[in-house]
Ligand binder design. Structure first.
Ligand SMILES: C[S@@+](CC[C@H](N)C(=O)[O-])C[C@H]1O[C@@H](n2cnc3c(N)ncnc32)[C@H](O)[C@@H]1O
Length: 319
């Protein structure tokens, strides 16, 4: 596609979600959402070169193209058709950008998240080494099932980066988006960071690192965008006093797990994907090596990111 063909195309001239430079000086009309700042900050800790990578909820594909440029072996993007009534869908924009950029990112499109495992198997992948799950969790009717389905896409030893709206409070809560008090669109639940960390550990994900951006206070709750880098591990990560989580060993939760994931499928002989911590102090739950996300985030100013317009866009020079 020539720059003139891009510039004059109705898809380029229409509304976009991400700001993507598709040819020198030709930047799509996206909003430049600042949650991308925290996602990219943690993604910088993963050497994705040679790894199979999945970008869940890719929208126009900013993170997918970034993974490709950083040398992912098989960069794959997934999205559902989230604007079916629009003449131009998110899938149309993704494919347009892919062609304009000369990208080879593989695209799993127009299916529910629970079908991504079999669609990935159909292209010879099943699980991935690195998965980015950014900006999706709070859009889900059932975020715990959603996170469990995503867990089934990360092989043990792999890295999952979850980015979501959340509340920076110490309660173990899921806060309902009653009357759109947090977000105005198809948004349902905001986890407190304590809940987010807990469900990760429940799903055999070990939190390694975090970053957040403060947005505003709603009903006394600090609303943030938070990204957490986790390693997929072979068992749950319970604190010593948590006998409830240990009941996984008794099979108490088996039926629920079986509807979302299969622990046999995520087993892997491949070496762990290296992760370089973004720096700063990590707080642990007493007597453990389990990261305490709430205390880590609130006691470590280095983890609070600043809105950064350049990181909210993908320019041709980005790697
Ligand atoms: C806010 S956009 C995030 C785009 C991008 N990941 C980012 O961080 O900039 C939300 C994305 O999640 C997808 N999505 C929303 N609800 C979903 C659901 N229940 N299951 C799967 N994908 C969903 C949308 O199609 C869209 O691509």
């Amino acid at each position: 596609m020539t720059p003139t063909e891009i510039a004059e195309h109705p898809i380029f001239r229409g509304k976009w979600y991400h700001k993507l430079e598709l040819a020198p000086g030709l930047v799509t009309s996206g909003a430049g959402f600042d949650n991308l700042v925290v996602t990219r900050k943690l993604l910088d800790g993963v050497n994705v070169a040679g790894q199979n990578c999945l970008d869940i909820g890719a929208m126009d594909g900013l993170t997918s193209y970034l993974l490709e440029r950083r040398g992912a072996a098989r960069p794959v993007a997934y999205d559902r058709n989230c604007r079916p009534s629009n003449l131009i869908s998110n899938g149309d924009r993704f494919r347009f950008a892919r062609e304009a950029l000369g990208s080879k990112v593989e695209y799993l499109w127009d299916m529910p998240l629970k079908d991504v495992w079999s669609a990935s198997a159909a292209i010879g992948l099943r699980t991935y080494d690195v998965v980015v799950f950014a900006g999706v969790l709070y859009h889900m009717f059932d975020p715990l099932s959603g996170l469990a389905v995503v867990r089934n896409l990360v092989r043990n030893g792999g890295i999952l980066i979850v980015e979501t709206g959340a509340t920076l409070d110490a309660s173990a809560s899921m806060h309902a988006n009653v009357a759109g008090r947090f977000y105005p669109a198809d948004d349902y639940w905001l986890p407190s960071v304590r809940t987010l960390e807990y469900w990760m550990r429940f799903l055999h994900l070990e939190p390694l690192d975090g970053a957040f951006l403060h947005h505003r206070v709603v009903d006394g709750l600090p609303v943030i965008r938070v990204a957490v880098a986790c390693r997929a591990v072979e068992s749950f990560r319970a604190t010593p006093e948590d006998t409830w989580m240990h009941r996984q060993d008794e099979g108490l939760f088996n039926a629920d797990f079986q509807e979302c994931l299969n622990w046999e499928e995520v087993k892997s002989d491949r070496p762990p994907v290296p992760y370089t911590h973004s720096g700063g102090h990590i707080a642990y739950h007493p007597g453990t090596n389990v990261m305490d996300l709430f205390t880590t985030l609130t006691s470590n100013p280095a983890l609070q990111a600043a809105a950064h317009p350049e990181l909210s866009q993908l320019m041709l020079a980005d790697r």
